[in-house]
Design a protein around this ligand. Structure first.
Ligand SMILES: C[S@@+](CC[C@H](N)C(=O)[O-])C[C@H]1O[C@@H](n2cnc3c(N)ncnc32)[C@H](O)[C@@H]1O
Length: 367
């Protein structure tokens, strides 16, 4: 058997160490949630009986996997110690990681985070960002195909509207067909980037929680991509506004985060996956990673049933797909290989009717 050299073994050790640190980081996140809960219940930070039980259990587990129980105990003790320290800092700073409880305060907090995030993303190279997050990139390709298919079915050109347009990534799919493409986004930085990239588009700052700033029956197509429909405070309002603004026969494509996605069943396990953002389902928060920092913004994931229940009279749903299933679950390293990614995408397309994918793409028209 060929002997592995120290450099290869060193690389492998480093890989394992990184995973251990990722797990430790996840434990600290959970510890801060526990800390915030203790602040409301008044429970002490260190609860010796509970920690003792946990340590006793870990000793038994360590033996069962042929690991020294003493080593396992000391490791867990270090983790518990750091968790208690973080909870103490949290308590003393009065700065809870948990979002504000008051609904209005929470929305303000989320929007402040969103504007900070948008500033950073607007200045980031789109292709480089997607290269780092292959599952997000794969979804965007799928979504583009769906949008183009729906565009081809719009009979009267006229005005197309991109809601939550960001830097205008959807513009190229709309501009060949429509006379005017309008884009709205809450972030002035995103709007400036979109206008700079696509001078022919009409981009404006607007908070879509306050409605779509357009006249009744003035648009032939409305798109809201990359899960943005979940960012609004009410999807019900969004559907009502789509119904109001679309002209009869006009079409829509709305993308939501899917609350029934398979990926949320084990979301507490920190797989180094291919997503730029993941939902904290318990808190309706979307954690978006950019330049080493995580921003927490509002996002409500929906089930297909919830969406069916909120579609107003006059709008007809034509397509309900969810995407992707497999690439939402696999570690990022698997998606680095483009041949494998292509084949996984093919499988994910066959699974798009299973309702288990990360995003829900809802398409339809106004009667
Ligand atoms: C996931 S990004 C999608 C960007 C773009 N559609 C794309 O496909 O690349 C969501 C966008 O929605 C915008 N957004 C979120 N909440 C909004 C709101 N209440 N009003 C307007 N825009 C909003 C964000 O600023 C961000 O640019």
């Amino acid at each position: 058997m060929p002997q592995l050299n120290l450099s290869i073994l060193g690389t492998r050790l480093k890989g394992v160490d990184l995973e251990i640190m990722r797990l430790a980081r996840k434990r600290m996140e959970l510890a801060l949630l526990v800390g915030a809960s203790k602040q409301t219940t008044g429970d002490p930070i260190f609860r010796s009986e509970i920690e003792d039980d946990r340590i006793a259990e870990i000793r038994v587990f360590a033996e069962s996997i042929d690991l020294s129980p003493n080593f396992a105990e000391s490791m867990l003790y270090a983790l518990i110690g750091e968790s208690c320290k973080q909870q103490m800092i949290q308590l003393q700073s009065g700065d809870s990681v948990v979002q504000p409880q008051d609904a209005e305060e929470r929305l303000k907090w989320c929007k402040k985070n969103l504007l900070e995030l948008a500033k950073v993303v607007s200045a980031t190279d789109h292709q480089l960002r997607f290269a780092e997050y292959p599952a997000t990139a794969d979804y965007a390709v799928y979504e583009g195909e769906v949008i183009q298919e729906v565009v081809s079915r719009v009979e009267v050109a006229g005005v197309a509207v991109d809601l939550g347009c960001g830097k205008g990534n959807i513009f190229p799919w709309l501009s060949p067909k429509f006379d005017v493409v309008r884009g709205y986004d809450i972030s002035p930085d995103m709007i400036a980037a979109a206008q700079g990239q696509f001078p022919k588009g009409k981009f404006e700052v607007a908070d879509l929680d306050e409605g779509i700033p357009l006249e009744d029956e003035s648009a032939s197509m409305i798109v809201m991509g990359l899960g943005s429909a979940s960012n609004l405070s009410s999807a019900e309002n969004l559907f009502r506004e789509v119904q109001r603004v679309l002209r009869p026969g006009g079409r829509f494509v709305l993308s939501f985060h899917n609350s029934e996605a398979l990926m949320y069943e084990s979301s507490y396990v920190p797989v180094h996956n291919g997503w730029a953002a993941f939902i904290d389902v318990d808190e309706e928060c979307l954690n978006v990673k950019v330049a080493g920092k995580t921003y927490r913004i509002h996002a409500t994931p929906y089930s297909l049933q919830q969406i069916d229940d909120m579609v107003p009279k006059g709008l007809v749903i034509e397509g309900k797909n969810s995407y992707p299933v497999v690439s939402s679950l696999v570690p990022r390293v698997i998606l680095k290989n483009t041949t494998v990614t292509k084949k996984i995408s093919e499988i994910d397309r066959t699974l798009s009717d299973t309702n288990q994918g990360a995003y829900l793409l809802v398409t339809g028209k106004k009667e």
